[in-house]
Design a binder for this molecule. Structure first.
Ligand code: 5RP
Length: 228
């Protein structure tokens, strides 16, 4: 395992220690997508009896959960989640995030929206002063892709089509390069207003509630505004 994967593994273990003791047997857990979330799913094996079921933010995570015997529910049948556990591509100290490197941003946003607590798990490479070095993913209705791209250029970005990738919702992804995001809440709202956009990878209006950040010297627990 390389160093980054070791840190992802370490934060996934920290998330198990953070979340599992707080779970009630009636709780439903929200689970994200990506390699860090995968470590977390794998470590849930053995704890299945401590919660009722899960909602997954992608087909891939749903399959991984089912493989260890966790029941995966339809979100329409669930009112709220005790926790949503997921990784990120970038975080600033407000715990505003960029997500969607794995193209699951819309479902991640939907699942996070009904969580009482969003626990973000990430290795230290994701921690930034200013969001935007990681290209911002934007999920678009396929017929609107070029029209949306022109609007994103007006906002100062350099959108590039993630060719060959179709989301679980049957949509396309534009990765917007060259943004230096000083007001994530405003930009998230502006991009959402572009006709043809399904959602964008800024998680600022619904940010993380706590970050477990894997560093060389251990896992740091960070709350919004107090970051490391
Ligand atoms: C998927 C995501 C992931 O959380 C993000 O890409 C981080 O992935 P990883 O844990 O593999 O570094 O937003 O859409």
């Amino acid at each position: 395992m390389n160093k980054q994967d070791q840190l992802k593994h370490q934060v996934a273990k920290a998330a198990i220690d953070y979340v599992v003791p707080k779970l009630k047997p009636s709780d439903v857990l929200g689970i994200g997508t990506g390699s860090t979330a995968n470590f977390f799913i794998d470590m849930l094996d053995g704890h299945q009896s401590k919660f009722k079921a899960a909602i997954a933010s992608s087909e891939a995570s749903a399959e991984r959960l089912k493989a260890i015997g966790v029941e995966v529910l339809d979100m329409n049948d669930v009112q709220s989640l005790a926790f949503y556990v997921d990784g990120a591509d970038e975080s600033n100290k407000e715990l505003h995030l960029i997500k969607g490197g794995g193209a699951a941003l819309t479902r991640e946003k939907i699942v996070a929206s009904i969580a009482k607590q969003f626990v973000c798990i990430a290795d230290e490479s994701k921690w930034v002063d200013c969001l935007g070095a990681f290209p911002l993913p934007v999920e678009v209705i396929p017929m609107a892709r070029e029209a949306v791209a022109r609007q994103l250029e007006e906002l100062g970005g350099d959108p590039r089509w993630r060719e060959g990738v179709i989301t679980d919702n049957g949509c396309d992804i534009l990765d917007v390069h060259g943004l230096k995001i000083s007001n994530a809440i405003k930009l998230e709202s502006e991009i959402n207003q572009i006709v043809g956009v399904v959602s964008n990878g800024l998680f600022a209006r619904r940010k993380a509630d706590v970050m477990l950040l894997g560093r060389e010297d251990g896992v740091q627990i960070i709350y919004p505004g107090l970051g490391g």
